[in-house]
Design a protein around this ligand. Structure first.
Ligand code: NDP
Length: 399
């Protein structure tokens, strides 16, 4: 039995709150805190209606370590699940260290004024977490998160040696807007406008943004144009999967989405540096976020499915082998269950499961860990039980 403090009442925070409430035998007491407590209260009311459980709420500025420590001291949780923004990762890791509780997040740290994400800042906490006997579990969403666990499962059960991994992320959902992002627009646009990057034979290779495309035939949703992006799980998986020769990440985008993005970029609306506007400093991408549809509002209008998985090649018993391990998630089914579209759902369910892995002691070990460094089996079991069932499909080996 565990008391959990969830930070961030956005699209993902809503799902984490619902999912933790569905597992009272693990999460005996839940608090949801965010900058805006009204958002927490609205989610708490929905959770109460759906599950009958009371969730406590609070207001906190998670950039302020003392403020988070004060809430932790008052509520006394064993564990904090961070589903605020990547900018809050370091102050929240500091707060957990100060207050002596475990930490889980879904996205790696990004400095607000520099569009760059990497694990170095969070890996630098390893010794402090080890010494304190605390665990920080990094990247417990879908990608990163479930994709890392799929790779660990393949390494443990399906291959003697893995050679290549392509992480394939397809969203065949339609929300009916000309342009909207499925999670925080600022974080999303910063991620996909960066240069592409993948790892091969021990080296990082760079590509122009969205310049490498393959039409991949996804189970259930069919063939979709998929573009190579840099994604954070590549950084840890290339270190932790033995024998790996290449790892890449692809995500689907429609031509319509890419046209809008190109225009927004060309006119400077995706800039992250402040500009002067009518006597005020504004950051164009933050202004753009304010006028785009709120991702949380897409839930009721989004139809269709997502398919995210790992296309893995390697050898087993001396023979070449290729598999696709994946999950299919339906936007409307997610909405019926927790009033959210599938992107927040596929992130929030693994965040809850990551928390459960620590709360039940199944993954608990001091230090800072990425998902593939823990035993995939209990996590894979919970995915099937809590809304993200997975499949393994054998594929023909490439020429
Ligand atoms: P939203 O923008 O919908 O929600 C973020 C929430 O964080 C907001 O409610 C906001 O609070 C809160 N917040 C922001 N700053 C602070 C602060 N200083 N103190 C307290 N709360 C704060 O984002 P999402 O829910 O879509 O995404 C949440 C996280 O999940 C992000 O880090 C994102 O990168 C990650 N993610 C991970 C994925 C994966 O598969 N691994 C996929 C998708 C998302 P308020 O509204 O109260 O102001």
């Amino acid at each position: 039995m565990s008391k959990v403090l969830i930070i961030g009442a956005g699209g993902v925070g809503n799902v984490v709150a619902h999912k933790c409430a569905q597992v009272p035998e693990i999460f005996s007491d839940i608090m949801l805190a965010s900058r805006n407590e009204n958002k927490c209260k609205a989610i708490a009311a929905d959770v109460k209606a759906a599950t009958g459980r009371e969730i406590k709420t609070a207001s906190v500025d998670a950039d302020n370590v003392e403020a988070t420590v004060a809430i932790i001291k008052k509520f006394q949780p064993n564990l904090l699940i961070n589903v605020a923004l990547p900018y809050q990762d370091l102050p929240l890791m500091d707060a957990c260290l100060h207050a002596g509780i475990h930490y889980v997040d879904t996205a790696n740290y990004e400095p607000p004024n520099h569009a760059k994400f990497e694990y170095s800042w969070q890996w630098a906490y390893r010794e402090r977490y080890e010494k304190a006997g605390l665990m920080a579990l990094l990247g417990s969403g879908f990608d990163p998160g479930v994709t890392n666990v799929f790779c660990a499962y393949a390494q443990k059960h399906l291959f003697d040696e893995i050679e290549t991994i392509d992480i394939m992320d397809a969203n065949a959902g339609d929300h009916g807007y000309h342009f909207a992002t499925n999670f925080n627009p600022e974080i999303n646009i910063r991620e996909i406008t960066q240069r592409g990057r993948y790892w091969e034979k021990g080296e990082w290779k760079e590509t122009d943004p969205l310049s490498v495309r393959q039409d991949y035939d996804y189970p259930v949703i069919g063939s979709k144009p998929s573009y190579l992006l840099y994604h954070e799980e590549l950084e840890s998986l290339c270190q932790n999967i033995k024998g790996l020769k290449r790892i890449r990440f692809f995500m689907t985008f429609s031509d319509n989405y890419l046209n809008h993005l190109r225009v927004l970029q060309n006119v400077g609306m995706t800039r992250i540096d402040p500009i002067e506007f009518q006597g005020q400093q504004i950051v164009p991408i933050q202004f753009l976020k304010a006028i785009l549809p709120d991702p949380a509002s897409l839930g009721p209008r989004t139809k269709g499915k997502t398919c995210i998985g790992c296309d893995i090649t390697g050898t087993k018993d001396g023979k070449k082998k290729r598999v696709f391990i994946y999950n299919i998630c339906d936007h409307q089914e997610c909405y019926r269950e927790v009033k959210s579209q599938a992107i927040s759902y596929t992130t929030g369910v693994p965040a809850m499961i990551g928390g459960a892995m620590l709360a039940t002691g199944k993954w608990l070990k001091p230090g800072v860990w990425n998902m593939e460094q823990c035993d995939p089996d209990p996590f894979m079991e919970m995915l099937n039980k809590y809304g993200l069932p997975w499949q393994v499909k054998e594929l023909p080996v490439h020429g």
